[in-house]
Design a binder for this molecule. Structure first.
Ligand code: ATP
Ligand code: MG
Length: 480
């Protein structure tokens, strides 16, 4: 070793050491001294450097092919933690290189280069942690948005689920049609998480949430300098959803110019970010939703016919809650469980009288409205069962008035006898009395001038209670 080489190696930031074939350490640079916190005088020519592990690799390779190539040795790296002379723990990686004797061709020396990889290790550990977290979140999402998370057994919801599960694995554009709160976004997510795109993003964009120009920059993104204030480029939802699914909510709100651009994305799978010179390809599956009927909009010319046909490849209709009111007990059970987990408050069920009121209501806000009502009742409910007295007043009024005339036309309902209607009226009044008297049956009976036993008898003709019973760790609907 000449002085110059040692000088150069001492200036290196990486640790460099050289071990002779008889295992004697012959060079140990300054960085090595710092990393190992040992002075070179104590080790050079004295220590046999810890090459036992490495020696085995040498032997293995030598036995196989005789001469060792750089590639075979280059792959032999070693990681360990050292205590730097400044006292901090340092993760290092050593890469070994053989130095061959010119004449004999045998290995004369092995050079080790030690790199400080503390920062790299921190980043790798962080990446591992994030990857594990991603796996957990993904499996949580997959189970949260599994088709089984969509509650209901009525024929219309079963039909919607059947159609959705059949189309999920394909790349087909799906149009979800249904009133507000019927579960369009929930079903869109279930389709995505049951598709081949499940590991890629699900990105939702509400077409009514932005004015026209903003909407286009949200959807397509923009390049730096595309407009005043665009000081850096920004990816649009199409780019963010790349490889995954783009959910276009409330598609009827798109302006005519956006409709043309969306049509191009669907047809050509291409789009241009604002200010871009070249088109980009759009690797997305489109799911769309509307709570309005599209046909009349096509007829009056506000919605493009060609786009309509592109989007209506595979329509799925989600029924309003009032058309599947039989699903109400099951929905209530699942919501009570959901809020039980979220709030830590346990409500075992709902009384027959309260359920009767909920069954009669017409639920214009559908499952979302039901969810809000249940959440509110969970907060207000003092006992472990929801009673009529916990219900909001407007539900009571609706339950009382609904049997007599249509909510929309105001006309008397057909096919109801006077006797039937009087019974309904009577029941409505009894429920109202119960609510007013904080569910106290004696007081309610007194209010209506009835004995308690007559009041109870009339009430017993109502539908059965819905209760959540925690039996053997499970809860289920039970009739009382
Ligand atoms: N069948 C169902 N089972 C369980 N929860 C449901 C069901 N349908 C809807 N929900 C719940 O109701 C709420 C509203 O659903 P979602 O947002 O999917 O409705 P939407 O049709 O997209 O409404 P909007 O048109 O107002 O956007 C969500 O919290 C969703 O989880
Ligand atoms: Mg929605």
């Amino acid at each position: 070793m000449n002085y110059d080489l040692e000088y150069v190696l001492d200036s290196a930031l990486d640790g460099v050491f050289i071990v002779a074939s008889d295992h004697r350490l012959v060079l140990f640079n300054r960085a090595c001294e710092e990393l190992y916190n040992i002075s070179r005088e104590d080790v050079v020519d004295k220590a046999c450097w810890k090459l036992s592990d490495f020696q085995q690799t040498l032997d293995n390779i030598s036995n196989k092919s005789g001469k060792i190539s750089y590639g075979e040795l280059g792959a032999k790296t070693e990681r360990m933690v050292l205590t730097h002379k400044e006292g901090r723990k340092v993760w290092v990686e050593t890469i070994y290189t053989p130095i061959f004797d010119k004449e004999s061709g045998e290995i004369a020396y092995v050079m080790g280069v030690i790199k400080d990889i503390t920062e790299l290790k921190r980043m790798e550990d962080e990446k591992d942690r994030l990857q594990k977290e991603l796996v957990t979140i993904r499996s949580e999402l997959e189970s949260k948005y599994d088709f089984s998370s969509i509650v209901g057994n009525s024929p219309k919801i079963i039909q919607a689920l059947k159609l959705a599960s059949q189309v999920a694995p394909q790349n087909t554009t799906v149009m979800l049609v249904g009133e507000s709160g019927t579960g369009k976004e929930l079903l869109a997510k279930a389709i995505h998480y049951n598709s081949r795109r499940a590991s890629r993003p699900f990105v939702a964009l509400n077409c009514s949430a932005f004015p026209d120009t903003l909407f286009e920059s949200e959807l397509f993104g923009y390049e730096k300098g595309a407009f005043t204030g665009a000081d850096k480029s920004k990816p649009g939802k199409i780019a963010l959803a790349s490889g995954g699914t783009l959910f276009l909510d409330e598609v009827t709100s798109m302006s005519p110019s956006t409709q043309v651009k969306i049509l191009r994305v669907i047809q050509e799978r291409e789009y241009e970010p604002l200010g871009a010179v070249r088109s980009k390809s759009a690797d997305i599956r489109i799911l769309a939703a509307t709570n309005k009927q599209l046909e009349p909009l096509v007829k009056e010319g506000t919605f493009r016919e060609d786009l309509y046909y592109r989007l209506f490849v595979y329509p799925i209709e989600l029924p309003p809650l009032r058309e599947r009111i039989g699903d109400l007990p099951e929905l209530i059970e699942s919501l009570l469980k959901k809020f039980h987990h979220a709030m830590g408050k346990s409500i075992l069920g709902i009384s027959s009288e309260a359920l009767e009121v909920l069954m009669k209501y017409h639920w214009p806000g559908n499952v979302r409205e039901l969810q809000n009502v249940i959440e509110r009742m969970m907060i207000l409910c003092k006992e472990d069962r929801i009673e009529v007295s916990d219900l909001p007043g407007y539900l009571m009024d609706s339950a009382r008035m609904r049997p007599y005339y249509s909510q929309t036309t105001g006309e008397l309902a057909e096919g109801r006898s006077l006797e039937d209607l009087i019974h309904e009226y009577e029941r409505g009044l009894m429920l109202r009395a119960l609510q007013q008297c904080g569910n106290n049956k004696t007081k309610a009976a007194h209010l209506l001038g009835l004995t308690r036993s007559t009041f109870r008898y009339k009430l017993s003709k109502f539908s059965p209670d819905v209760s959540l019973r925690a039996g053997a760790g499970q809860s289920r609907i039970k009739n009382n």
